[in-house]
Write a protein that binds this ligand. Sequence first.
Ligand code: GLA
Length: 817
Amino acid sequence: MRTQRLFPASGAFLNERKRNPMTPRQGLHLLPFGATQPRQSEPVKTSLGAFQRWSPFGVNLWQTLKNPTKLWATGAASLHSAQGAAVGPAPTITFDPANQVFKLQSGTMSYFLHVNPEGDLEGLHWGKPVDTVHPELLKSTPGLDRSWQPALDLTAREFPDMGRGDTKTPAVKITAAQGQSSSQFKYVGHEIRPGLPALKNLPQFHEAETVGNACKTLIVRMRDDVTKVDAELTYSVLPEFNAVIRGTQLINRGSEPVQIEKLASFSTDFPPEDYRLLTLSGTWIREAQEETVPLKPGKLTIASNRGFSSHAHNPFITLLRPDATEDHGDAYGVALVYSGSFSAEVEQNVQQHTRLTMGLNPDCFSWRLQPGERFETPLALGVYSDQGLNGLSRQFHSVFRKHLVRKGWADKTPPVLLNTWEAVYFNVNHPEAIEIAKKAKALGVELLVVDDGWFGVKYPRNNDQAGLGDWVENPDKLPGGLQALGKAVNGLGLKFGIWVEPEMVNPNSELYEQHPDWVLHQPGRARTQQRNQLVLDLGRTEVQDHLIQSMSRLFDAGHIQYVKWDLNRLMTEVGSAALPPRQQKEAEHRYMLGIYRVLKVLTEKYPDILFEGCASGGGRFDAGMLPYFSQSWASDNTDAASRLAIQSGFARAYPIKGIGAHVSDVPNHQVGRTTSLKFRFHTAMSANLGLELDPRKMTPDETAFAKAQIALYKTIRPIVQDGHYRVLRPSKTNNWPAWMFSRPDGSEAVVFAFQKQAEPGLQIPMLKLAGLEEGALYSVSGLEKPVSGAYLMHVGLRPAFEGDYDSALLQLKRLKN
Ligand code: GLA
């Protein structure tokens, strides 16, 4: 049997291997190939006639991908579209008055609701399209003992209220002025409208410019007669997508205040089944780890009570039916469009009735609703896919890009940036930044980011103990200010950007000296510091205005094309000096409304500045930030091996071009691991590539290798960032994780394959690709002869790796018949 090497060793690579004998050897082998007569059964129609030729660094000469677009240029044609499933007609919402049934139809999904004779809103079906659903056929068989399990407990409810026989998790809890804790919300009417609901203060989806008013929204009104509180449940459907956007609003039409203790954005019941639940959990430098557990009777809650969505659990969960795999079977995902404390509860009773509830975390929230007032919850996006987890991810990516990511930014090409943090940490200054910028420019970098350390006059920011809050340049480090540095960097042909952390303050700062009451705190309690800092009270309008002004002063000075907006601690002693005692539990949510206002004002005022989110890495990587931050720094852990799980975890929900990934120095600063430059590049190139190292310290070989990889990345960037993403082998459960990106029409693809540990005596399993055209022939980088799509997808390739942390990048191109 002959083994064919897909990646001949390159000059730079060999040099690197000489320098560091631990550098794994390159290669991806195709097996099985007959020694003399390869692929006899293959429908090889034509051969390229000659060997594919390679540049020294594996850049394919036949590479015909369009060159990367200019910085900030809007891509002429986005590669992005729905999950590749048949695109359905425009979405519809209809009501059948005879049966009191609503039918929402969009993409290849139906969602049926029913107003039952008791006035409850039931969920009848969420999944593949069907014409009708008959409520009476879905009724649960009565149990033997009805006195301990009322019928309501077996009803699939869309807005479960408290205290009248439904024992599963409620979506709403209100306390009336007289203290009653039960409620009875009954249907009173509905409306079907074009477009999407407009929220007052929270992030919202927007209609894609091309589809006009094609989105549709159903508003179902329910009323609790005792308190005279109305609930409006909104369900919006979007063209093309198997998606439903939900939200809840309460309106107090009574004459006395009520206390909202809980109000979910999304609540639905699934029919009995053996479900599995996938969540993204973690901590600092270990974000977005996939966890999959089978559901059992009882409740499983993932939540944040940290004030921000946090590293601990991402506000995104997926329910999988038993048959669901990476590419097949039913998967349901829900993402909350919110960046604060949240909870996602999945409860199954012994009959396997399964309820999924998601929204504000009731442990950290309570709201006094005065007569005449309205309260709106954050929105939540629910997505259904019959194409497993990969289909689900592609739907999430597409919906987010088209309808939620900051308007106009989803199709822009983000620059390859170099961030100074791991290069010089706090010791940044003008001359050194220029030296770094020159070297970066030579590598092909497109933007220089000056990270922490550049500000503070009375309290210079030379470490993390002082200066936060004082957004004025340190004259010793930047004598000409940001303006002079930005101008000089721009003069070198690079964009320029800065790091800020506006929501926080060090007690050692002029801001704190002037406004000690501007931080979240509770009277009489010590103010817990983390990283020597406190959290500003963004619920206060004057604090919001101060942030807008201090940031505007920086951005107005010019030469700033990028901002990394950081946030480096959780909330403690949450309370506001601006709120009366009985409203103190509103402080957290008011903070969120405040930060959303600040970000809306600034992103609209500075439409050309690229904002990247960061919260000690991925501590606020959520859908709520997408309308403002088109990309987010995924983790402070830059170790490429750790990054495989982190990046692919976030990629389950969030668009690839929004996942910031940097190549850094070795031994890695967080985990001490040494991996090859190739492995580090391949890991970062499978997301939004950047660098975070000191290019002055790179050897000539490393410089040449990095330059070639950046050039290669620019050619594949449109496919990686805008193509269809598929996990071939997940990082969580596989020693040989792999993923691929392809143009939606299957004409071109890029595959990244990795080996974590060298495993003696084991065979690396065949890697079957996906999303290609079966009957077409593909040229494959490293292979002499073309191979059919069918072969690549059904027989597959066997990557050949050597040593720990090896990797391969493979480019495929469909040949014309
Ligand atoms: C946080 C960020 C890092 C870096 C430092 C600067 O930890 O996540 O990327 O910006 O702050 O202090």
